[in-house]
Ligand binder design. Structure first.
Ligand code: HEC
Length: 93
């Protein structure tokens, strides 16, 4: 399975990330792994994209904190969440 992005997907992922995910992940607050922090992301990325996307859609309580379902925005589609995860992971590996 390939995770390469078309430019359109990357642009959408960035827009969704900026609006819904950056509040926690940009600065790494509330226990969120900071975007671009490769050591923090490596073990998470190792779970595989499907797991990361699934947990981002459903939300979960981890050791560091609480990741809200869809970043707290139920209006996002699963595809929206996937695009934003791909964007975040792309900057973090
Ligand atoms: C209210 C703060 C907050 C927002 C907003 C938020 N997150 Fe998170 N996120 C967290 C926290 C806290 C964790 C770490 C939880 C843990 O592992 O203990 C996390 C973890 C993650 C992980 C890693 C999951 C794993 O298995 O290691 C991904 C991927 C993720 N978030 C994606 C997103 C996406 C995509 C968005 C926007 C749609 C988003 N997050 C918005 C707080 C947030």
């Amino acid at each position: 399975m390939s995770f390469s992005l078309t430019d359109a997907n990357a642009a959408t992922g960035k827009a969704i990330y900026d609006a819904n995910c950056a509040a926690c992940h940009e600065a790494g607050i509330m226990g969120a792994p900071k975007t671009g922090n490769k050591p923090a992301w490596a073990p998470r990325i190792a779970q595989g994209m499907n797991v990361l996307v699934d947990k981002s859609i459903k939300g979960y309580q981890g050791k560091k904190g609480m990741m809200p379902a869809k970043g707290g925005n139920p209006k996002l589609t699963n595809a929206d969440v996937k695009a934003s995860v791909e964007y975040m992971v792309g900057l973090s590996k």
